[in-house]
Design a protein around this ligand. Structure first.
Ligand code: C5P
Length: 239
């Protein structure tokens, strides 16, 4: 069984609005509702699990009622992304043989990207990581301020959803926290046992980080196929 963990328990301090970025409105709906709907459409029938901070459990229920949206099962988040993912993994049943982890603040996941990630896992990869080429030139900056040009073609920008064999991700999240864990690939990599497969991500799969990103996301959203909530969510009561 496939499970898609959507992490949305961050406070979004860089965003600078009253609401964390994942709840800001994108074409009239909270960003994370777009995220969930796209996973429901393109996630090959996998169950979505939503990670929220305690402070947003009640506001989320109200948002669901207001938008006629059926919430996925909600798991309580932690003070770091790592802790939020760990809580979600521990809440999954033993039949979770494929697990993806996706940032709630990335509402534009595409069908092709999901196909790339899940296809690699179904062909046996331990982990599948969507990446895009870097377009800016890169410089490594030392503590003394001196800098050196880096070969751009040797780097990739890493996106989510990142997918893993369930057993691999469970094992990885038993390790103690390290500050180098910025995403799930870095947690799995620290085990030193499993090669990760890079797959094509999508330029439009941006992480909403700054207020203007909402405007960019609107443009990209209109370039993608419409992904409405499944019909059953229109009249059901949110949980
Ligand atoms: O802060 P950053 O943009 O890297 O967060 C990536 C994702 O992780 C966001 O969707 C955010 O809500 C989530 N997160 C979380 N729990 C935290 C911190 C971040 O679920 N404690």
């Amino acid at each position: 069984m496939i499970y898609h963990i959507v992490v949305a328990a961050g406070s979004g301090s860089r965003f600078g609005a009253n609401l964390p970025k994942q709840f800001c409105l994108l074409e009239g709906r909270p960003v994370v509702m777009h995220t969930i709907d796209r996973l429901r459409h393109y996630g090959q029938g996998g169950e979505v699990v939503l990670v929220l901070s305690a402070a947003f459990e009640e506001p989320w229920r109200e948002m669901c009622q207001e938008h006629g949206f059926v919430s996925p099962r909600v798991v309580r988040g932690g003070s770091t992304r790592w802790e939020s993912v760990k809580n979600a993994i521990e809440s999954l049943p033993a039949d979770a043989d494929i697990i993806t982890v996706h940032d709630g603040a990335r509402p534009l996941v595409t069908e092709a990207l999901m196909h790339n990630v899940l296809g690699a896992l179904q062909r046996g990869a331990a982990g599948a990581i969507p990446v895009v080429p870097v377009t800016d030139s890169l410089r490594r900056v030392r503590l003394d301020g001196e800098s050196t040009a880096m070969p751009r073609s040797a780097f990739r920008s890493v996106q989510t959803p990142q997918g893993f064999q369930g057993a691999v991700l469970r094992e990885a999240y038993k390790q103690p926290f390290a500050h180098t864990f910025t995403d799930d690939a870095s947690v799995v990599e620290a085990l030193g046992e499993y090669p990760l497969q890079l797959v094509d991500g999508d330029w439009r799969n941006i992480k909403i980080t700054y207020p203007l990103d909402i405007e960019v996301a609107k443009v990209y959203l209109h370039s993608l196929p419409h992904c409405p909530s499944p019909r059953w969510s229109a009249c059901a009561t949110a949980t």
